[in-house]
Ligand binder design. Sequence first.
Ligand code: GTP
Ligand code: MG
Length: 473
Amino acid sequence: MIFDQNQILKIIKDNPLNTIKLLLLSKGEVTQSRIFVSNWDLFDFLEKLKASNDFDTMFIAAKTAPKIVETRSFMDGKLLKYLGLITYDEDKIPENITLFYKSAAKLQKISAPFFLFKEPKKNEFCDNPTAAFFTSESASTSIAENIKLAEDAGFSITDTFVISEQSLKNGINRMTELLKDVPLEHGVIVFSDSSASLLAKLEEKTSRTILSRDDLIISIFNARAEGTGGKLKLASAVVAKEKANFRKKITGLSRIKGGIGLKGPGETKEEERKRILKNKEKNVRKQLENEFSRLDFQRKFRKRSQIATVAVVGYTNAGKSTLFNALLNEEATKESNKFFSSIDPKIRKFSLFGKPLFLLDTVGFISNMSNDITDAFNSTFSEIAASDLILHIIDSTEKGWEERKRFVENLLIENGCDKHSIVPLFSKKGKIKIKRPLRSGFFYDATDPEDITKIKKFLYKKLTEKEEFQLSL
Ligand SMILES: Nc1nc2c(ncn2[C@@H]2O[C@H](COP(=O)(O)OP(=O)(O)OP(=O)(O)O)[C@@H](O)[C@H]2O)c(=O)[nH]1
Ligand SMILES: [Mg+2]
């Protein structure tokens, strides 16, 4: 039972018509009720509403309820379990309810007369492993992004909790206490913002599978890596993590995605782990060296051929592969609305108005990765740094695009890229209503052939300018 319909009806009926009523509920009980006279007042309130455990369900009742997209854009993703939009007729009796609830990666919709709505049975809709998600009050990463990471890693988030600063300060004992309330049916517990060592201790103490943001990233890499480049990124990230003594956590991961290796005769668990880790490290290092010299050879070959290389880079899900495919006019690499959908680097030679060019699609970046994972990107950084031009794709529909832009730029510069070679391009222009003025770069939509031609012309001009410049030196 997510709410008592009669109780909700009574509160709504007391409401003057033509106003908007908002109800916040926690475990079926109304915790807050407010009236707004316009959508703008409502949105203003929603924008300031902090994620907390004080509510898990929100109802908005109005003669014409605001659109789901508008409402959700203020809620920083899917912290709510249920969001109900209720419309009612002149007699103030709710007529319809549109209820959205989370099921796997999708937001499911039910529209029904108010009185007939029934709570969907969980197991009817969730075929994915379920997880509970914890975030701290001062989380430095976006809640929506963390939940999307968990979902892209294959989990269905069914509960969300916000941990207070005080609980975090009280450390392991308080956190163990909190986890007691999480039903056992949640196979996995995800923490967005706590240190890996704290989580390893917590996992040991509670005997539950606990994953950090890094674990989610590694687990997505694990599922997506197909080619050598991607697999090596995954392997070096896993080994670095194991080396940093997070063996307990990796056992948790391997429960989800297959085992690590075979146990030799007469070994203790500890010796076995040490041996596996040593072998893996040796193996990965050798393969990384091979990969590095292979890429280095290719880079030298490209330089000798005097053909320019253009790298497409950016935050994950920004639109890199979509632009790559659009410029090549073929489906050369995978594009999808998932994080890290293409982690294997792709390079293609193509002709730009008769001028040959190498175009490079790269793995996406994400903020708050530990150094262990960032190290796995080293070969990608070398490839980008050696390019003649770097197209930095920024998703213009993202709320935090400025931060993401700064994050990627700093990462590139720290890893040897020349900041003068970086050109910002703002994707998904068709999806934003207000275009902000830009100091450099421009908005485009990969689905618009005119925009693609514009980018091609821009590239041609930029690269020929560079050539002339080099000739005149
Ligand atoms: N409307 C619109 N959608 C876009 C545009 N560019 C990308 N998308 C969509 O955004 C999503 C992510 O695009 P991708 O090209 O896979 O993003 P990416 O940067 O390669 O992402 P990763 O490889 O996962 O890091 C996909 O659903 C694309 O269809 C654009 O210019 N306009
Ligand atoms: Mg991609």
